[in-house]
Design a protein around this ligand. Structure first.
Ligand SMILES: Cc1cc2nc3c(=O)[nH]c(=O)nc-3n(C[C@H](O)[C@H](O)[C@H](O)COP(=O)(O)O)c2cc1C
Length: 321
């Protein structure tokens, strides 16, 4: 079985992390539970959740698995009461994305949890390593959700060199065993994956959003260039990122009117709020990454984990034969 040192850091069997998939839709703990029970690392997103909801989600996940899992926060925005709620019942792993870790690392370590930091540039990785992060997730621009501008292929080996000997995960554009094999060849010790798990039986997103992922080509997963005027702004220490989503008429319209989006910010935010309230955010901005082009069926999350590991082992053997 494919195993790397980061598996020992997390206490897991195989180096496959399910990236948090936060947003204004039903958050199903069945997904992180299935990934953790399959030997990978499931993640609980907390974006747009209250402290009470987060406590409830974590308690539910603990009912579904006794395996390690991560609880995630971002700096879009960062809510102190949610952070306190997480640390009151510390998860095995705490992950932060979209902003600087700073003093959070010590708080997380004092609570006894492992600190994983997601970054989008080499400089961010160096600062996270200096701040004491235990694991760095290097996320390329291919990724679904908020991401930076550098490709996974160029970013990962640079970050591996910059933060050695810290373990690095490759993230962005990886959806199968060949991607996992490539990540290992780049010096990463595993992968952190989002879009592939959106198309899992346990993800809880709407069937039409899943169907659009199965139907999409990679070029349909575009950057939402007007996001600064449609999403909540990042709080202090936030990284400069933009979301990637499958094209919709909303995205096409405002991506083609770059000079008008700022003046229309109130309208754009109102449309996003209304879509969220009706549970149809994916009609406007169905977050997904370029790996959508690689995904052709909805599968149980455990099957995705196991298939990815078996296929990576086969791909590595093939490459050396
Ligand atoms: C719908 C969606 C929601 C996401 N929400 C979060 C989140 O709340 N926190 C976070 O750190 N990353 C979030 N991400 C990023 C993923 O965890 C993961 O890093 C990314 O999807 C990896 O790239 P991939 O989509 O190419 O696999 C999200 C991604 C998607 C597609």
């Amino acid at each position: 079985m494919l195993r790397t040192p980061v598996c020992d850091v997390f206490g897991i069997e195989v180096p496959v992390v399910q990236g948090p998939l936060g947003g204004p839709w039903q958050q199903q703990m069945e997904l992180p539970a299935a990934v953790s029970n399959a030997g990978g690392l499931g993640s609980v997103p907390t974006a747009l959740r209250t402290a009470g909801q987060v406590r409830h989600d974590i308690a539910r996940l603990r009912d579904l698995t006794d395996q390690p899992f991560a609880v995630n926060m971002t700096r879009r925005p960062f809510l102190d009461d949610v952070f306190e709620a997480i640390l009151a019942d510390p998860p095995p792993i705490f992950s932060l994305a979209l902003g600087e870790p700073g003093g959070l690392v010590k708080r997380v370590h004092d609570a006894g949890s492992v600190f994983m930091q997601q970054v989008t540039t080499v400089e961010q990785a160096e600062r996270a390593a200096e701040a004491g992060a235990d694991v760095i997730s290097a996320q390329g621009t291919e990724a679904g959700g908020f991401s930076g501008r550098i490709s996974t292929m160029a970013l990962v080996p640079q970050i591996v060199d910059a933060v050695s000997p810290l373990p690095v995960l490759a993230s962005g554009g990886i959806a199968d065993g060949r991607g996992l094999a490539a990540a290992l060849a780049l010096g990463a010790q595993g992968v952190s994956i989002g879009t592939r798990f959106l198309a899992s039986e346990e993800s809880g997103i709407s069937p039409e959003w899943q169907a659009s992922i199965l139907a999409a080509a990679s070029e349909d997963a575009v950057k939402v260039t007007f996001a600064a005027y449609a999403f909540q702004p990042a709080t202090a220490g936030g990284y400069d990122t933009e979301p990637r989503a499958l094209r919709t008429s909303f995205i096409d319209e405002w991506n083609s009117r770059p000079n008008e989006a700022e003046a229309a910010a109130d309208l754009l935010r109102a449309q996003m709020r209304m879509a969220a309230a009706s549970g149809v955010t994916h009609h406007l901005v169905p977050l997904a990454g370029q790996s959508a082009g690689l995904i052709h069926e909805v599968l149980p999350a455990a099957e995705i984990v196991r298939g990815m590991v078996a296929d990576a082992e086969a791909a590595l053997r093939r490459a050396l034969s």
